[in-house]
Design a protein around this ligand. Sequence first.
Ligand code: ARG
Length: 484
Amino acid sequence: MSTNQLDKKSQAWSALFSEPMSELVKRYTASVFFDQRLWQADITASLAHAEMLQAQGIIAAADYAAIQKGMAQIWTEIENGQFEWKLDLEDVHLNIEARLTQLIGDAGKRLHTGRSRNDQVATDVRLWLRSEMDLILDLLVDLQKSLVAVAEKNIDVILPGFTHLQVAQPVSFAHHLLAYVEMFARDAERMADVRRRTNRLPLGSAALAGTTYPLDRERVARTLGMVDEQGQAQVCQNSLDGVSDRDFAIEFTAAASLCMVHISRLSEELILWMSQNFGFVKIADRFTTGSSIMPQKKNPDVPELARGKTGRVVGHLMGLITLMKGQPLAYNKDNQEDKEPLFDTVDTLKDTLRIFSEMVGGQTNPATGVKEGGITVNPEAMQAAAQKGYATATDLADYLVKKGLPFRDAHEVVAHAVKTAQQAGKDLSELPLATLQQFNATIEQDVFECLSLAGSLNARNTLGGTAPAQVRQQIARHHARLTH
Ligand code: ARG
């Protein structure tokens, strides 16, 4: 092949074809306009491959040196926006290889020894996703820190806890926020776990069956940092699986979907809490929009959009998993369709985590290292809401149990008391002692302590409970966990 033959994609594989590809088919099959974002991974993987080829004596040291030089130039060209991406060359791999050959001649053509685009693309996607997951892991830490920072300031702020969206029992606002910290901590665990399976090397599987050249695949894996905690090279152990496995992309999108679902639940709460009927929190104006017709409005667009974008990411999971289900071994062109959903999942998740971290916790003040400008909490509105729905009814039942009543009987006694209070338009704690004693004679003055919101919280002093003492311990645990 002459040096510029690769410029024509129809000639990239052979002279076997008697007619060129139609323009429509070219556009239909090309991926270069979206897969060019893999360029750094593609060059990095190519350099690791070339280094191994020369170490194994498969190509000459001079060829490797030329490849290094050519790739350095291509790197700069792409970075500076000077690289000319050609639709004719279908994808990122052929574009870069063609340019390399244009720059360095035969040495460029030797790069593709012992590999195929099938193991090349699988390697590139894994490398790219690995670095994106590292960014996502950092963003998850930051979001958890934001939530912990707000929690820390609201340990003694009490709001109604709900079940069925009916007032159930009072809880600390900090405790409520820390529930989300638990969710995002599990999301980070899942990401770290997916990262382990993503960080394995397909390269060397070649087209599907392995290769006749004496490759050292473990060397390439080590060069690319595809190693486990003990530094052992991580290599896909079956060539057919290596080129066709996209489980890692599906697993990642599943983990991302779950993380978005957590964001979506938080969004729903923020939207409710911001409504006039709750009035529990405000988010900073820069995260809201006005209405073109109703001058009084401030709409929670960011949480609403995040709730909406959750559907989009879950859709990508469905897309990817469906993409795989009918594929025989080994590589099929279907797999080219893995990229856009994967890319969009990464973009959506990263943007959402970033914006939520700031919306909830604000920005870190560089002078003090403390986050400022997050959500504004209205403790009075929360407290008033907690006082409305007989949130301490369970506490009265527990009080009676401690006086010797079986729980089921206590439950019944309290139901009568609540009915009477409702008729009087009062909270249980506002009924006179004499009235309460009509329901059960063992009730004494100390009942009012357990009917108070703070008393109710303090009483739930078991591991994982909402008592401020427990919440303080959890905050300390999160601080220790998130600072290394
Ligand atoms: N652009 C292709 C993809 O994304 C690269 C692999 C093409 N391999 C092939 N045999 N056509 O999957």
